[in-house]
Each structure stands twice: as structure tokens, then as C-alpha cells.
Ligand binder design. Structure first.
Ligand SMILES: *[C@@H]1O[C@H](CO)[C@@H](O)[C@H](O)[C@H]1NC(C)=O
Ligand SMILES: *[C@@H]1O[C@H](CO)[C@@H](O)[C@H](O)[C@H]1NC(C)=O
Ligand SMILES: [Zn+2]
Length: 643
């Protein structure tokens, strides 16, 4: 439905003292269509016609327009195409209210502009700079193993899941529909798991079960799945991966996971759409308006493209990084077939994801020097330095932003080498690599977890963007220092504040969901306190943060989840801020952010509950509506609340 042209000059309402306006009680019920189309006014105002809204203005108790601003506005206007057209203070400015009594067939006439007074405190729409959307949706539909502190606890949760979903007519756990789970960690379980540990349970015996490790770098499978593996595809050693054989077969890590995933009956496009829909709904509940999807295959990106154009539930902005069907290869034809930039900002694909190494928890991250608690290993690279460099150059020359997963200090060194080589290839002579990086490339290092001081200086010189997950620091703090030793931990690991203050780079912040819960306020809490957002405790269970000297201010943490993400995807001024011309995305809180954060001696931040989330001028989450729906429906919809 297109709005009729606004042929009348608008009437003008002078917005005087707030009290006066409050008494006008202008509070229409608004239904907003998909941002791509126009707004429509509910029947309250003109029962027999859909009045065209040419502009709509919302006024809130307070509006924080960007992470760094002091709140100087309390109203904004948005256009039918879902952008902010004006951000202003009600006491100083003029509200323009049109009318549409020229509206043919409307009968009752009505306004073509609407002002709505609202309670609540607004902050800019929050982004997660690194997550995995389909996997998160799949997680919402699978067994949650986070925090399972024994193998028996894992068995119990899998039994519960099969009981709940495996009733009449369900084939969960069959050869065609494997039961999936994620979140185990041998450090938390107290032992390395095996297939036999599942097979020994009568309720699980013979079932097809595939459970990913907390970091998704290993998977643990049942005996039924092991039995599917042809003996010749079970080599002694897998380059860049590991088949765990003690205390028994069942766990496959990094490149060895391909042996399992090649057998796994993958969800079809419809099922993936179910995952995406569930994921978007959950993410809006914690204030997310968009996310950077850190590695999606061209096949899945075709599902994204179709769904983002046609499905009304596609309400989350997605900036997706391409990962060829096989990791660490150059697939320009496939990539070009999915590259896109939707006008309405709902889907952007112009970057690729490469992988240098594995995770610290499984001693998989590639280190310059051996692990302190396992001197026989330095971890492993998934590709060697020269391959990484040629991949980065090929992708950069093909016009893609290159984002490299790097955790260990050797992986980060090779990632920087590769990105520097790619910049040297494509930057014009006479421009500094740093300016060229900022203007045209925005190369990122995903995780940037452990970086040698020499390489930290290179990040500064090249302006490479570190993409950091603050909750990784607080989840890993339990074992990071034993892996790395005190010196490396102090000078290299999980840096945040020094990136901003010493290296002068603006990090992208995120969560890596479903590896960590997606709640950005938990991420901000971890960044600000360097304590675990679930327990509120530091590394020894005390109230002191872990390496507090690397903590961010609240403002810096919010900036990382708003403007920082924007810088990492070329949308500065368009996302993560409330200003004229930006996408009309915002989040409503019960109190100003800094007030909530200061509650309970600084513990308030991790407990924040979002009130409303808006994307492109459309309300996508409303806590109260959700609560009343729950009562009507008697609760559960099959999607878990607590993550
Ligand atoms: C890097 O790996 C590639 C592909 O596996 C191989 O062809 C090449 O020889 C390796 N280069 C070095 C320097 O090891
Ligand atoms: C990057 O470029 C943008 C836009 O040209 C500019 O506003 C910003 O200050 C630059 N950032 C850095 C770190 O040079
Ligand atoms: Zn990730």
C-alpha cells in the first residue's frame, strides 16, 4: 500500500510546555507495516479507511541519541520508509502536524501526522557485532547443555528433551532427524565425554545424538552416529583438527568435525526459516535491532535473501559474512551470486569470514609460544600463513571486506600479515594503509583474543578493527591464565580498554551467540566490570573484576554495541544512533541506562529488562504485550526464555 501524495500543506501545532501537551493526550494506536511499506493508522481514528501517515512523532521521557551524548532530545519524527527525519527537544521545537481531510473516501477525515507521547527512556538500537543466527535459532530448538557439570546432567537434559519433543509421530533422535544440543565443556563436565557415555543410558541407546561443545569447535556424538562413519574416513590424524580417542571415541574437533557434519541430515530451507524466525524474536527481547552474522554459507544466504524480501517476521537487520561451503577457500562466483545491499537495511552481504585457528578452551588456538599448562603444544592453525594471505588478497581484490577469526597470538599475527598484504595490494600509492583501510576495506579480526604487543602496535598502525566479545573474557577467565601464564595474560589477552585508549581503534562488540547468551546488557556488564554476568563474580568468586585495568566505561561499552558495530560494517551515522537520516531503530528502557546500571552497587546492568524494541519505525518487541499474551496462551510457545 503506497501513501497518497500529501497535497496539503500541514497544519502547525506549536509545542509549548510539556504539561500542556500532556493534557492533549494525543495517544493514537498505531500499527506500523513492514518498514518497506507505509504506515497505517488504526481504525480508531478513521474507521473506514487507512489514513496515510506521512510522518509520525514519538516523544519519550528521555532519549539518549548516541552512546557519547548527553540526552538533549526527547522527541523524534520518523518517515514512512522507517528513518529518523528529525530529532529534537519538545520545549524548544515545533511539532508539525498535518491533516488529511483531503483524503478521499475517508469520510471522517483525520491526521496525516501523528504525535504519540510515551513513557520510557530511549537508547539507540543495539547491535551484536558477532553472532550466528541460524545456529542460535537451532539452539532454541535443541538441548541446552550450558552449565552441565557432569555427564549425567547431560544425559538427563537429553532424556528430558527427547521426552518433550519425541512423542507420538516425532522422529527426533532418528537417523533422519538427529537430536542436537550445544553447550558442554569438558572443563565443566570434569571429564572428556565419549559415545559410550550416551550409549550406556537405556533411554539414549541407539539414538542419533550430536552435541556441540560450548565453543562449537568440537562435537560429541552417539554410538549410532559413530557406526555411520566409513572406517576409511577415520584417519589417524586430521590436519587442523583432532579425533579424541580417550577415554573413548565420540568427540571430533575443528577440521575433524567435517567427518560428522558430512553425515548429518541437514535441516531444509523451511526448517532454517523456523530457526531464523525464533532467533529474531528472541533477539528483539534483549534490545537487539541487528546483528553481524559471522559466517553463513551461500546456500543459507539464499534462504536469507528470500525470507528477508518476503517474510513479515524478518524484523532483524542482518549484516552477514560469507563462508564458502568449505572453510577457507575462495568462491567468488558463489559469493557474487548472494552479494546484496537492501535499500531498507534489512540484509547486507559484502564481507567474508576466514578462519585462522581454533579455541583456547580446547588448546586449539595457535600460539607463538607453547601453552603454559601443556608445553607440548602451541595449538594449531587451520591454514598456514601463506594460504591465509593469498585468500585475504583474493577476497579483497574481488571487492569483499575480509574478516578473519583469530584467537591465539600466532593466529592474530598471521591474520594481520594477511590483511596488511591485502591492503598493500589494493590501496593506491600515496594513501596511507590506515586511511585506505578505513575508507574502503574495514578489515576485521574476529575475537582478537590474544595479541602479542608487537602486533597490537600493528593493529594501531593499520587501523584493523578488533571484533571482541566481552563475555568470552569472563567465561574464559577461569582457565585463561593457566593456559597462558601470568605474563602473556597481562600483556596480550582479552584487551579492551587499551585498544581504545592506546591503540586508538574502535572495537566492534558482540556476544558470539549461541556460544554465549545474546543479551547485550550482559556483554556491557562483562566489559564494564570484567565479572561474569551470570554470577556477578570475578575469577575467584570474589567481587573484583578480572584484569580490571582493561574494563570499559559504560559509555564505551554501549558505543561498542552501537557505533562500534556500525564502523565495522560501513553504516556510521545510519545505525546505532538516533539522528536525522539514520534508520529508525530504538530501544525503550524503564529508566535511563546509567541509572539502571548504577542500581544494586553496579549490578543493575546485567539485570536490565528491555521494555520495547523498534526496528525501522516498527515495534518488534513489547514486554507488556508479551506478558499478557503469555497469560492468554497459558505461557510457553516452545521457545525457551532463559538462555
Ligand atoms: C601452505 O598450505 C598449502 C595448502 O595446504 C600448501 O600448498 C603450501 O605448500 C603450504 N605452504 C607452506 C609455506 O607451508
Ligand atoms: C574513518 O572514516 C570516517 C568516514 O570518512 C571518519 O569519520 C572516521 O573518523 C575515520 N576513522 C578513523 C579511525 O580514521
Ligand atoms: Zn563466532
Amino acid at each position: 500500500m503506497a501513501p497518497p501524495p500529501n497535497s496539503r500543506s500541514p497544519g502547525v501545532l506549536y509545542w509549548g510546555p510539556r504539561l500542556f501537551l500532556g493534557s492533549l493526550a494525543i495517544a493514537f494506536l498505531i500499527h506500523l507495516n513492514h518498514p518497506a511499506s507505509s504506515f497505517s493508522l488504526s481504525s480508531l481514528f478513521s474507521p473506514n479507511s487507512e489514513s496515510a501517515i506521512t510522518a509520525i512523532t514519538y516523544c519519550y521521557t528521555s532519549i539518549l541519541t548516541s552512546a557519547g551524548s548527553s540526552s538533549e532530545a526527547d522527541c523524534f519524527s520518523i518517515s514512512p520508509d522507517g528513518k529518523f527525519t528529525k530529532v529534537f527537544h519538545s520545549a524548544e521545537d515545533v511539532l508539525v502536524v498535518g491533516d488529511n481531510d483531503n483524503n478521499e473516501g475517508g469520510g471522517m477525515g483525520g491526521s496525516s501526522a501523528v504525535v504519540e507521547m510515551k513513557e520510557g527512556h530511549v537508547i539507540p538500537g543495539i547491535w551484536d557485532g558477532h553472532g550466528h543466527l541460524i545456529q542460535y535459532g537451532e539452539f532454541l530448538h535443541s538441548v541446552d547443555l550450558f552449565g552441565a557439570s557432569s555427564v549425567e546432567m547431560v544425559r538427563e537434559r537429553v532424556r528430558g528433551y527427547l521426552k518433550e519433543r519425541g512423542g507420538e509421530g516425532s522422529d527426533v533422535g532418528s537417523k533422519e532427524n538427529w537430536a542436537r544440543g550445544v553447550g558442554w565443556d569438558q572443563m565443566v563436565l570434569g571429564e572428556m565425554p565419549s559415545a559410550a557415555m550416551l550409549e550406556s543410558d537405556p533411554a539414549l541407546k541407539g539414538k542419533y545424538i550430536m552435541l556441540d561443545r560450548v565453543d562449537v569447535h568440537c562435537t560429541w556424538v552417539s554410538q549410532a552416529i559413530l557406526d555411520l562413519i566409513p572406517p576409511e574416513s577415520l584417519p589417524e590424524d586430521v590436519p587442523g583438527g583432532e579425533i579424541i580417542r580417550e577415554p573413548g571415541m565420540g568427540v571430533f574437533c575443528d577440521n575433524a568435525m567435517d567427518i560428522i557434519t558430512s553425515l548429518w541430515p541437514k535441516p531444509d530451507a523451511e526448517r532454517k526459516k523456523t530457526f531464523l524466525k525464533s532467533a529474531m524474536k528472541e533477539l528483539h527481547k534483549v534490545g537487539l535491532v541487528g546483528m553481524n552474522d559471522a559466517g553463513v554459507t551461500p546456500t543459507d544466504l539464499k534462504v536469507y535473501e528470500e525470507a528477508s524480501r518476503n517474510e513479515d517476521w524478518w524484523t532483524l537487520r542482518v549484516y552477514a559474512m560469507i563462508e564458502c561451503g568449505e572453510r577457507n577457500v575462495f568462491c567468488p562466483l558463489k559469493a557474487d551470486s548472494v552479494k546484496t545491499q537492501h535499500e531498507d537495511g534489512m540484509l547486507t552481504i559484502r564481507s567474508v569470514k576466514l578462519f585462522a585457528d581454533g579455541a583456547l578452551g580446547s588448546w586449539g588456538s595457535a600460539m607463538i609460544d607453547p601453552y603454559s599448562d601443556k608445553p607440548s603444544t602451541r595449538g594449531s592453525l587451520l591454514v598456514n600463513g601463506s594460504t591465509l594471505e593469498s585468500l585475504a588478497r583474493s577476497w579483497s581484490n574481488a571487492g569483499y571486506q575480509v574478516n578473519i577469526h583469530a584467537i591465539g597470538d600466532l593466529a592474530n599475527r598471521y591474520a594481520i600479515d594477511a590483511l596488511e598484504a591485502a591492503l598493500k595490494d589494493s590501496c593506491p600509492k600515496g594513501t596511507s594503509l590506515k586511511d585506505c583501510q578505513n575508507q574502503s576495506h574495514r578489515f576485521r579480526i574476529e575475537h582478537s583474543q590474544i595479541i602479542h604487543p608487537t602486533d597490537q602496535a600493528r593493529i594501531r598502525d593499520l587501523g584493523i578493527i578488533p571484533s571482541i566479545q566481552p563475555t568470552h573474557a569472563t567465561s574464559d577467565m577461569a582457565y585463561a591464565e593457566s593456559r597462558l601464564g601470568p605474563e602473556r595474560t597481562r600483556t596480550e589477552a582479552y584487551r579492551m580498554r587499551s585498544l581504545i585508549h592506546e591503540l586508538k581503534v574502535q572495537p566492534v562488540l558482540g556476544s558470539d551467540f549461541p556460544v554465549e547468551p545474546p543479551n547485550p546488557f550482559e556483554g556491557m556488564y562483562a566489559a564494564v566490570t570484567r565479572k561474569n554476568p551470570h554470577t556477578g563474580k570475578g575469577v575467584d568468586g570474589d567481587n573484583k573484576g578480572w584484569y580490571e585495568e582493561e574494563a570499559l566505561s559504560l559509555e564505551e561499552a554501549l558505543a561498542g554495541f552501537t557505533e562500534g558495530v556500525a564502523g565495522g560494517m560501513f553504516t556510521e551515522g545510519k545505525t546505532g544512533v538516533i539522528r536525522e537520516g539514520a534508520f529508525a531503530d530504538w530501544v525503550v528502557l524503564d529508566e535511563p541506562l546509567e541509572v539502571l546500571a548504577a542500581r544494586e552497587g553496579g549490578e543493575g546492568l546485567r539485570k536490565i529488562k528491555v521494555r520495547e524494541t523498534w526496528v525501522g519505525g516498527r515495534k518488534v518487541y513489547d514486554r507488556e504485550e508479551e506478558a499478557s499474551e503469555k497469560v492468554v496462551n497459558g505461557g510457553e510457545e516452545g521457545v525457551r526464555e532463559d538462555l
